[in-house]
Ligand binder design. Structure first.
Ligand SMILES: [Zn+2]
Length: 70
């Protein structure tokens, strides 16, 4: 894997589980796919399937717009 892995735990404030809202694209879609120069992206998960990190860039599955991770 040549891309940088984004560690979501490091980006999550301690209270984010109670206050965070799902990210959406400007078109309203809440679904994104990970793309990378090698093709598709990848995710890291806990055993319960919770995503803990990802590699690649999230693009809206509806309109293809790149979602900028803050
Ligand atoms: Zn979109």
């Amino acid at each position: 894997m040549t891309n940088v892995v984004v560690d979501l735990a490091a980006r999550r404030p301690a209270t984010s589980a109670e206050t965070s809202e799902a990210s959406t694209c400007t078109c309203g879609s809440g679904w994104f796919e990970l793309r990378s120069p090698s093709g598709s992206g990848a995710v890291c998960m806990n055993e319960d399937g919770t995503i803990t990190g990802f590699s690649g860039e999230p693009h809206c599955v509806e309109c293809g717009t790149l979602f900028v991770v803050r």
